[in-house]
Ligand binder design. Structure first.
Ligand code: NAP
Length: 306
């Protein structure tokens, strides 16, 4: 794989940025990767584990002369970062991000992008419940989708280079409209996370009644909810604050379906329940056929934390 950019700056050094760095190194995609995180502690960890070719102590230093700057901070922090770095960006550079919500990021970051700098937002559909600089690994994006979500009239060359970088990191790339992105993600990621948080919260209330039984006898279904509900609180707070409309729309539909199933249970409508579960089983089959999960016990997940 040939080099896509001379210099890339990763801003925020958590799960996504560290995975990007290791995937960039694996593919030999970039000449030099600089990195910046707001806390001294994260910068020290990055230096200790060799995360980034050069860890900078200021945001301005990290983005100076970079051909691509990728914002890898929580969605709610992006505006402040964009404002602070605007004056240090190289003319002709591209600014991108990896935020889980796109319309809000475009509105927050877009106005701070100077004339002559390209803005090409993106979102890799890959993650784990772990966070921080030591949680990343080169294979995170392999065979997963990364969506490029341009705003306005994007520069074709800037989009092509960003696509080449994500493909070089192992991802499949699609281009999507921001509002469509936010609705699709509300269905596939944001609302399921909210439901997992809720279910684990309910079980936690119950635990007070049944002592430690909820943990002791936790079966696969609940265990999987707890894995999702262990995801980073800051990131997910920001997702719900910034993808409000789409999430509320899908939650409304979810509540209607839940009431229908509740009624079927109350009235003993076994046919409805059986038909419903048959339909949903088909969706799982579709995900396996698309190569987006493996049909192994425990969903093929290692029991060892990554
Ligand atoms: P993470 O592991 O928690 O790392 C976040 C990084 O952002 C840290 O370096 C942190 O710095 C920095 N940061 C946090 N708050 C900040 C603030 N107010 N100002 C400046 N820097 C700040 O997060 P992540 O999972 O990599 O997520 C990063 C982005 O990727 C988010 O926008 C998220 O929506 C998106 N995303 C996440 C996933 C996922 O599954 N995790 C998947 C796709 C996209 P310190 O360490 O110094 O505190």
């Amino acid at each position: 794989m040939s080099q896509v950019y001379g210099r890339v700056a990763l801003i925020g050094l958590g799960l996504i940025a560290s995975s990007m760095f290791w995937a960039i190194k694996r593919g030999g995609l970039v000449g030099e990767v600089t990195g910046y995180a707001r806390s001294e502690e994260t910068r020290a960890t990055a230096r200790r584990i060799g995360l980034c070719d050069r860890v900078c102590d200021t945001l301005e230093d990290a983005v100076k002369d970079a051909d691509l700057v990728v914002l890898c901070v929580p969605v709610g922090a992006m505006e402040a970062v964009a404002r602070q770095m605007a004056g240090s960006l190289k003319p002709g550079a591209t600014v991108s991000d990896v935020g889980s919500v796109k319309r809000a990021v475009i509105e927050a970051v877009g106005p701070h992008i100077p004339e002559g700098v390209h803005f090409v937002p993106a979102h890799p559909l890959a993650g784990t419940e772990h966070s921080g600089p030591e949680s990343g690994f080169a294979e995170l994006f392999d065979n997963r989708w990364s969506l490029i979500v341009p705003s306005g009239d994007p520069d074709a060359g800037a989009v092509a280079d960003l696509r080449a970088l994500w493909e070089g990191m192992g991802a499949n790339v699609d281009v999507m409209d921001p509002d469509h992105h936010d609705l699709v993600l509300a269905v596939t990621s944001h609302t399921p996370h909210l439901i997992a948080y809720t279910m684990v919260g309910v079980a936690d209330d119950l635990r007070r009644v049944t002592d430690s039984e909820v943990i002791k006898y936790s079966a696969a279904g609940f265990r999987d909810f707890t894995r999702i509900a262990a995801s980073d609180p800051t990131m997910w707070r920001d997702v719900f604050l910034t993808n409000k409309d789409a999430t509320l729309e899908i939650l409304g539909r979810f509540t209607e379906e839940l009431f229908a199933l509740q009624r079927a249970i109350r009235t003993g409508d076994g046919d409805l329940l059986h038909d419903y579960f048959t339909r949903t089983r088909g969706i799982r089959r579709g995900i396996l056929d698309a190569g987006q999960d493996v049909d192994a016990p425990n969903f093929g997940r290692s029991t060892k934390a990554k």
